[in-house]
Design a protein. Structure first.
Length: 105
């Protein structure tokens, strides 16, 4: 997404994902995402927000046609001025673990 206005958001996002089923009940998922953020920090500088990269891997086990268990781990690294994906401070690396049960009605 980009905009020619001063200090407008200028980002490019790329995501690649794969799901590998091992049998009817088990699958492994993986994604890689890169955000190239060329948004300027201020009108007085040409410094930009910077980039962020995330790698995630997950597992899904299907109990029944409507219920499954899942777990996923994601790791995000960021440039010094970047503050994406729930980072509390600029440039912070973020690690996230998600576990859950999903039931579809």
């Amino acid at each position: 997404m980009s905009d020619d206005a001063a200090l407008a958001v200028d980002q490019k996002l790329f995501t690649l994902g794969v799901t590998v089923p091992f049998d009817a009940a088990n699958k492994v998922l993986a994604t890689y995402t890169k955000i190239k953020d060329s948004t300027r920090l201020s009108a007085a500088t040409t410094d930009t927000v910077g980039d962020a990269k995330q790698f995630a891997v997950g597992y899904q086990y299907t109990f029944s046609k409507r219920t499954d268990l899942y777990a996923a781990f994601a790791s995000t690294t960021q440039d010094a001025n970047s503050q994406k994906v729930g980072a509390a401070v600029k440039g912070a690396d973020v690690k996230e673990l998600t576990v859950g049960v999903r039931h579809q009605f």
